[in-house]
Design a protein around this ligand. Structure first.
Ligand code: MLT
Length: 409
């Protein structure tokens, strides 16, 4: 008889954003005449940049000619793209990465969700709380998280790093008496809190990982939003090459949430028990993945052209203007908030400690604005609410007006 993978049956409810979509659909069925403003899931709204569109058209036309048609490509990604990414690391953050340390994929959600496959079942995992749910759920699916406690909202075998107001929403290094994790998931700029780690904290994490033989899985999907003088990559930190993997995405960098493109950087020297992770990931990818779509990879290369760089920067500035507007208007309304400066997410304290889902319902029903309840990212997110800066200017301004009206201002 077929036996279901019981790890899946232990997962609580639905994936966070699927739950929110269901609530939205229900609301829309009941109120078909009330248009919603969606500042929930971090999906972009600017169209693709002209340089990218023009490259996409060319790539499509190439598929129509025998001489230029592309079938299966290298599972790790085309050299033309990997070389551009390597050069970009050098230009952007002065970091030397070889093209063969880069693995192109269909996005960093898949990479961060799949990477845990390389490690044994009893690997100890640390995650921030609140956290991007993919890190937690994918480890739970692998049977590494133990059991889920509905009351506490925590998995018995995960090591949580609380990110709270009094530590500026940043994960602190475990003390000498605390358990040592094998895998440490870090995401900066952070989803969901919008917090950004300083160089010193990242140096401390790298030193900790090296001392304890741990691996940092560093999600840099939002690096393009860093405005202050802060590390754009974990590899800016000395020693990181021997204890970290970095995941990057074209989604928020260049609006590829629909096109799908990302990459993982796995330094050559990164090895555990004498096994090179780079070679292991290559073995995994060549077996389970046939490479990112060739059209997406061509479009990705255009991101690094001179025009592409200028145009994607314009789009990022557009979203940063939304973030600035939200920070100013919501602060004036008396909301306590953080994030939004080096990240596209605003992390709002709910008024009067209202539970996150109650605030979600209130905002949905009173203002017709959708955000993401902080508790959906973990127990330390309770009493918080995430708004994204990825809306259009028009919708962001309208959302602010509606929130003002709902809160009687
Ligand atoms: C989010 O809203 O947290 C992100 O858009 C989800 C994702 O990138 O998968």
């Amino acid at each position: 008889m077929i036996q279901i993978n019981q790890n899946y049956t232990k997962l609580p409810g639905n994936y966070l954003f699927a739950d929110i979509s269901r609530k939205i659909s229900l609301y829309q069925q009941r109120h078909p005449d009330k248009p919603l403003i969606r500042l929930g899931i971090g999906d972009v709204t600017r169209p693709l940049a002209p340089a990218i569109i023009s490259q996409l058209h060319q790539a499509v036309d190439e598929q129509a000619e025998t001489a230029t048609f592309k079938g299966y490509g290298p599972e790790q990604g085309y050299a033309f793209l990997r070389e551009k990414i390597a050069k970009d690391y050098q230009n952007r953050c002065g970091v030397k990465i070889q093209a063969d340390e880069i693995f192109v994929s269909d996005g960093s959600k898949c990479d961060t969700g799949n990477f845990g496959e390389l490690f044994a079942d009893d690997t100890k995992v640390a995650v921030c709380d609140p956290v991007y749910p993919v890190y937690v759920d994918s480890n739970a699916m692998a049977g590494r998280a133990g059991t889920y406690n509905q009351k506490t909202g925590r998995w018995s075998q995960l090591n949580y790093l609380p990110c709270l107001e009094d530590n500026d929403f940043l994960p602190q290094i475990p003390g000498p008496a605390e358990p040592v994790p094998d895998l440490i998931y870090l995401c900066f700029p952070n989803n969901p809190t919008g917090a950004m780690a300083g160089r010193e904290l990242l140096e401390d994490w790298v030193a900790y990982a090296r001392e304890h033989g741990s691996l940092i899985l560093y999600d840099a999907a939002y690096a393009a939003f860093i405005r202050e003088d802060l590390p754009l990559s974990i590899f800016e930190i000395e020693g990181a090459r021997s204890c970290a993997v970095e995941f990057c995405s074209f989604s928020k960098l260049a609006g590829f949430t629909g096109i799908r493109l990302g990459y993982a950087v796995i330094p050559d020297e990164l090895a555990f028990q004498g096994v090179q992770l780079n070679a292991l990931w290559s073995r995994r990818q060549t077996t389970k993945f046939n490479g990112a779509c060739c059209l997406a990879q061509s479009a990705g290369a255009a991101v690094f052209s001179e025009a592409g760089q200028q145009q994607i920067k314009d789009a990022i500035r557009y979203y940063q203007e939304n973030a600035d507007l939200m920070i100013q208007a919501l602060s004036e309304m008396g909301f306590k908030l953080s994030g939004g400066v080096n990240a596209p997410y605003i992390w709002l304290k709910t008024p009067d400690n209202m539970p996150s889902w109650d605030f979600f319902d209130l905002l949905l029903n009173e203002a017709g604005v959708v955000g993401t309840p902080g508790s959906g990212f973990g127990p330390c997110g309770e009493g918080y609410f995430r708004l994204t800066a990825f809306g259009t200017h028009e919708h962001t301004a309208q959302a602010i007006d509606r929130i003002k009206q709902s809160f009687g201002q």
